[in-house]
Structures are given as structure tokens and as C-alpha cells.
Design a protein around this ligand. Sequence first.
Ligand SMILES: Nc1ncnc2c1ncn2[C@@H]1O[C@H](COP(=O)(O)OP(=O)(O)OP(=O)(O)O)[C@@H](O)[C@H]1O
Ligand SMILES: [Mg+2]
Length: 380
Amino acid sequence: MNEVPNPFVFGEIIDDDNFVNRKDELGRLVRDLADGQKVFLLSPRRFGKSSLVSVAMLKLKKRHIHTVSLTVSSYSSYTQFLEKFVEKVLRAAGPWDRVKHWVAKFGRAVKPEINYDMVTGEVSVSLSRGSTFDPAPVAPEVFALPGDLTRNGGFRMAICLDEFQQVSQFNGGSVENALRNQVQEQREVGYVFAGSQPSLMQEMLSSRRPFHKAGPQMFLDKIDAGDWKEFICRQFRKRGRTLEGGGMEALLKAADLIPYDVQRIAHELWDYAELRNKRQLDASDVQAVIDTLVTGQSTYYETLWDQLSARQRATLQAFAFRGVANIYSQENREQYRLGPASSVQKALQSLDSRDVLDRYRGNYFFLDPLFPYWIRKRGA
Ligand SMILES: Nc1ncnc2c1ncn2[C@@H]1O[C@H](COP(=O)(O)OP(=O)(O)OP(=O)(O)O)[C@@H](O)[C@H]1O
Ligand SMILES: [Mg+2]
């Protein structure tokens, strides 16, 4: 048999072809952005926000809407974020001829250094040459840019600011204010603010914060088991393989239906089957793959475990062995020496802020669904 590329992709943004479900969310996001809405997209890590946005952006492009994507967490300072914002917006706005008038106007107000490479069409922007530069006064001009360009150019734009909760690192309040004031003026520009820490994002959307009621909120759910089954079976079938005997259920359960982990385990199972040229896969094969993954991560889990307090560990053990539903029960608290319910609550909160746990629909869950496997394996 010839090698066939592994169809299960994780840790990368998923393209249109391998995109599972999310039809309603995609339709809504595309519609809202095309309408110039300011959308807040929230979910725990690795649920598929960036992938959803990227597919939405492709669809918008096909409708001749100019698109811009920035990941806020990739910039080390507010100044750098503003520079990249200008660069990407100028690039998306189109040919240099279209933007150069604006650049001249912007240049007078902000005095940036803007270089345009005639050959590649690349624009680079520098707002400051000194480390004492304060970007706050020029931020309103920068954030006004998409509005000015679209209004004068007769086109629409959609902008994604991913990992948006990270703006709080750039002297938070003033960024939020400057951005909010400008975006609300921009009827031709849709924005999606995507954030992977729902609690931080929710704080940002609370009353008395600039983004309160600035636009619709979308909470991204997990993807239904049925859709995953169909997708995974179809991929294996192409290779003449089947996954039966509870194998599919075992896979989805181990991944806790977290999109990243479903793909990761399926990816590993694919390689496992290729290596052995095994046509019929079942729960024992899935278990073997999970064991390999857990073993591969054990140094990392070990280090993490060492950093936790005794109470945090006990809480995680109770969670891993007994589930979260009865974590506060007296029996659990006695068996695992968790102390009073208030201590359990504190431990859960601290594990949440350490990104070991997160919340979904009001319940805590392991951000890494294989971590509880490791905990069970090492024993109580
Ligand atoms: N609709 C989808 N169909 C198939 N796989 C998906 C889908 N959405 C997400 N995934 C899987 O989950 C992984 C993580 O997705 P993505 O990076 O989009 O999530 P995210 O919510 O932006 O994560 P983070 O919070 O870490 O930025 C992808 O690499 C892919 O493996
Ligand atoms: Mg992301």
C-alpha cells in the first residue's frame, strides 16, 4: 500500500475540507461579520475558535469582503500590535494606489515610518524608534483606519482579533476603550474578538467595561459525537479500515469530545493502523494508542504534578477516579482527604487558574483529557 497522508490534523487551523460540522455557527459568524457586527467568540482552549474564524474568513473573501486576522498574543507590546494592525489592514485594503492617500493623511497625524516594497507589495510600519514611545495617543488613529479605508474605498472588511483576552497585557483599560470607541463607528467593518479564556473574556464584557454589550456573543460548543463518528469512519473507510467493537466510543470518550484531542487520538490511531496494516480496529487498539500517548506525555505530567499542592493533587485524584459530579460528597472528601467543601472549591478554582481544569456548561473538566488517565495509571 502506498502512504496516504494522515487526514487527522491537530494543533493547526483546520481548512474547509476537513472541517467537521459547525454549520450553524459558521453561517451565523459569516452573516454577522458581513453585516459589520462586532462578535465575541468564546470557548475553552482547543474547541476550534481559530479554525471556525479562518473558514469564515475564507467564505467572506469569496464574497469580496477584505479580511484581516491578527493573533493578539503574538505581539510583545502594544506598539508592535498597533504596527501589525496598520500593516495588515493596509495590505487587506488593496493596491497601494488605493491606500496611499490615506497613508499620507495618517502619516501627518501619527508620523509613522511606512515602507512600501514596490516588488512584493509588502507594507511595513514602524511607529516608534525609541523604547520610551507611548503608543496610547496614536491608538485611536490606528483603530480608525479600517473605518476610513472602507468608507472611502467603497468596500467592506472583516477583522479577527484572536486571543483577544491578551489585550489586557497591553495596559488593558485604555486599549479596550480606544478600540471600542473606534469600532462602534465602523458600519462597514465586521469584527470577531475570539478568546480562549472565557472567564477573562466575560470579565471584559461585564458592565462598566468598554465592550459591555458591544455585540453578540457566541459560545462555541463541543462538536456532536455523531458528526465525529461520521468523519472518522469515512477517513478510515477510505483506507479500507473499520473501527468497531466500541472503539469509536472509547476514542470519543478519551478525548472528552474536545476537538483537538479527538483529532490527536484519531491521528495516532491512523499511524498505528498504517504501521501494522490493521484493517479492523477496536477498543483495544484505541486503548493501546491512548497508553502510548499518555506514556509520551508522562515527563510533562510528572513535572506538573510536582508543582501542585497536596490538596490540588488530592482533588485531581478524586476527580480522575470518581468524576466531578460527586466531588463534594462526604465519602469522597473523606476517602481523598479533601477537607471541607470550601477547600475543594478553592482547589478547583486554583486548578482552573493554572489551566489544568476549565469549565464547560458550568462543570469543571480536564483541559487535557489524557491527564486523568495518567493520574489513574499512577494510582491513588
Ligand atoms: N470544526 C472542526 N473540525 C475538525 N477539527 C476541528 C474543528 N475545530 C477544531 N478542530 C480541531 O481542534 C484543533 C484546535 O482548533 P483551534 O486551534 O481552531 O481551536 P482554538 O479554540 O482556537 O484553540 P486555542 O484556544 O488553543 O487557540 C484543530 O487543530 C483541530 O484538530
Ligand atoms: Mg485559537
